[in-house]
Design a protein around this ligand. Sequence first.
Ligand SMILES: Cc1cc2nc3c(=O)[nH]c(=O)nc-3n(C[C@H](O)[C@H](O)[C@H](O)COP(=O)(O)OP(=O)(O)OC[C@H]3O[C@@H](n4cnc5c(N)ncnc54)[C@H](O)[C@@H]3O)c2cc1C
Length: 471
Amino acid sequence: MKTYDVIIVGAGPGGSVAAKVAAEKGLKTIFFERGRKSGEKNSSGCGLGPRMWRDFPEMMKELTPEKCPSLRPGVYARNYFINKDDQVAGMVMARPTESVTYEPAKSFITMNCYRSDFDPWICNFAIEAGAELKTSTLIVDLIKEKGKVVGVIDEKGEKYRASIIIGADGAISMVAKKSGLRYKWQQHQITIVPQYDFYVPPENIDKVMGEEALAVWWGATFPAAYQVFFRDGFHIGLGNWLTWWDKNPLYYLNRVVNLDYFQRLIKNLEAKPREVQAHLLPWMSDPYDTHTDNVMLIGDAGGFPCPLEAEGIYPAMVTGRAAAEVAAEAISEGDTSKNFLKLYDEKWRNTSVGVEFESGAELYHIWSKLPFEPKTMEWFVPMMMEVLGGIYDWSEPHTVRVRQIIDKVRSYSPQMIPFVMQEVFPLLSKVLGDDINQINTMNDLIQSMLPKKKQPRKKKERDKLKVTVPK
Ligand SMILES: Cc1cc2nc3c(=O)[nH]c(=O)nc-3n(C[C@H](O)[C@H](O)[C@H](O)COP(=O)(O)OP(=O)(O)OC[C@H]3O[C@@H](n4cnc5c(N)ncnc54)[C@H](O)[C@@H]3O)c2cc1C
């Protein structure tokens, strides 16, 4: 049996960063990938957020179009709002706003690329650091001694032993299951995400989309769909928790693709369907049971995608780094027990990923009740479009229009007020903490600025003001 300090199952972004950091710390490290190369088995493309550049600067500065040909930076996000009649009722374009503080994030929203470029690229850092990669190798079981995990077995029966085993094996994690950490996801913890990949001639993307990175189609007849533009293609996909679906998920995705507006976009871009994909993506309010004796789970295997919008690559990298650092400490202390490995939880909770999960329940909840709930979008879309687009009507004087718009927005109160109380206020109070009082202060300020209702003047004052007109 071959022996290592650390075994990592999975060579996605999480596994590769864990292998790189473990090897750099001098640990004898091996990582396994069932695909012929890493990135072969994933969703075909992704958007990479600026936090990756901020927190992994040495690696990310090397992500160039030469090394990652599908790379496409984008500075705009487009939001389409679709009403219950499947019409695009409105659209908002957004670019990084004035409050963005991380300088590079002012010039891009996401960098988009295909995983077939990105995963081998990131995997290479681990190989260069001295980790051993075994591709085309499916790990099928864990070896246990006295109830504790001490190694892994591949499908050919080959056995490998190590002090620490890191589960970086994605959404359907064998390591989580066989180590007893999680038998299977509960239905509200995992989403299914079907998506289409379209080929587009690269020059057409720039011509039609300009600097757009991505678009979200916020729908009253389907859960929010995302569209991501790569150098020579785009993805359109949508997802929801397993508890949600009443029909085949493709039915909802086809509703997006069949929108008149979307069809026009396909024609303008001269887009051609290239692939249909469906993947599972863990999406939960707070990861738990992330480790046991000799074992840690990272990335999707541990349920780390962001609780609001399931950005998953950055959390996989952050937790991969944290797990490898803890592995090094545990091995040098000669203590790889569950009790020692709780340091892993302390470490990742102390990162940007941990901060995200501090409000995980509120973020998860608002997403499930708004973009992922077409019934909410049924009133939300027309209400928002009243505010944004209501003034574009010249059939009445503008003052009449303003009155009409206010009345219409007020008519949504029975839906809007419970929504704000149940979803928005809990999130605000979590985010603002004691500063929530700022809202009251602002409210007082607004009240003080509002024009007061005119009081009828007293008779004496009226008399004083009387003007005698000379005859
Ligand atoms: C449709 C879709 C779109 C997404 N878009 C984005 C996006 O735009 N931006 C973003 O940040 N995140 C996105 N995500 C989330 C992101 O893909 C994941 O969160 C991220 O890939 C997690 O990384 P990981 O290393 O934990 O797992 P994975 O990337 O899933 O890697 C796991 C690896 O382990 C291998 N493996 C699994 N089991 C075994 C085994 N038993 N033996 C050997 N090898 C094994 C797999 O082949 C795979 O290479 C998206 C997810 C989906 C489904």
